[in-house]
Write a protein that binds this ligand. Structure first.
Ligand code: AMP
Length: 289
């Protein structure tokens, strides 16, 4: 099928219509570019279940607050093309900001509940931006299936809510987090970290591993689990903890005690220097890690 770069929404829709007319299954992988092995694993997963794979590349201003890193978000278009094609993409849909948000654009998709905790507290308009852009990327690429990473755990719940509430006929696949050999979750933002900070940031995956061990050994008291996360994180002096919390993995509820049947997610967001990093892991009582 080759590899094509598409800039226009109308052209993307035309291609998607044609693919559908020929009975092809379309898989989409939304990204903000600066692709790494985590993105590549999503593209592989899409290629395994779809005939045509569209990677979208759009650094979405609507999901960044004024004080965030939009203007310095890392970019490398040529490398992204290589990684996307090698991982199995057939199209790279990379619209401009003007193409996505022309003059007069006035719609926001706002999801209540699940968006109001954790990331939502620290980035109050973030998930409105995510839901709105993902809905637009879906109407541009008309996928049968869309693949997202567990790395952005709360985002996966937001996307599932969006798809259910708007009756979007799209299957959502979530892929596990790809990590550096020492444990740091891969992220485009890791490029901001100095070598020393990269090393320091291992405390995040360590904290989550400690919490997983505790739940494995029978701890269900939420405060106790949270304190295990925080104690490990605080072994690093210059860390700013935005949240480090155990929650019900499906609802993000925070009961005093989890039940034996609850899937539990450990959610962490910290700042090391000026770089904000997030990570998580899910403990599922049926599939022990
Ligand atoms: P981003 O480009 O950071 O917006 O991420 C695009 C998609 O890649 C999202 O669905 C992310 O959850 C996913 N992703 C980012 N980092 C990883 C990773 N380390 N492993 C798996 N998926 C990832």
């Amino acid at each position: 099928m080759g590899f094509e770069i598409i800039r226009s929404i109308v052209e993307m829709q035309h291609i998607a219509d044609n693919l559908r007319k020929h009975g092809k299954r379309i898989g989409v992988v939304p990204t903000m570019g600066y692709l790494h092995n985590g993105h590549a694993s999503l593209i592989h997963a899409a290629a395994a279940v779809a005939d045509a794979v569209i990677v979208t590349l759009f650094v979405n201003p609507m999901q960044f607050a004024a004080n965030e890193d939009l203007s310095r978000y890392p970019r490398d278009f040529e490398k992204d093309c290589l990684i996307a094609e090698q991982a199995g993409a057939h199209y790279l849909f990379a619209p401009s900001v003007e193409e996505m948000y022309p003059d007069g654009f006035a719609t926001t998709i706002s999801i209540k509940g699940i968006t109001e905790k954790f990331e939502g507290v620290h980035r109050p308009t973030h998930f409105d931006g995510v839901a709105t852009v993902v809905a637009k990327l879906f109407t541009a690429s008309k996928p049968h299936v869309a693949v997202f990473g567990q790395k952005d755990y709360q985002q996966t719940l937001v996307i599932k809510r969006l798809v259910a509430d708007l009756n979007l006929d799209i299957e959502i696949i979530i892929q596990p987090t790809i990590r550096e050999p020492e444990g740091l979750a891969m992220s485009s933002r890791n490029v901001y970290l100095s070598d020393e900070q990269q090393n320091q940031s291992l405390v995040i995956s360590k904290a989550i591993t400690e919490a997983l061990k505790a739940v494995q050994s029978g701890v269900r008291n939420r405060e106790q689990l949270n304190s295990i996360l925080k104690t490990t994180l605080k072994t690093l002096e210059n860390i700013e903890i935005h949240y480090a919390a155990a929650a019900n993995a499906e609802t993000l509820d925070e009961p005093d005690m989890f039940s034996e049947e609850d899937s539990i997610v450990f959610l962490v967001a910290v700042k090391i220097g000026s770089t904000r990093l997030i990570d998580n892991a899910v403990w599922n009582p049926k599939q022990k890690p």
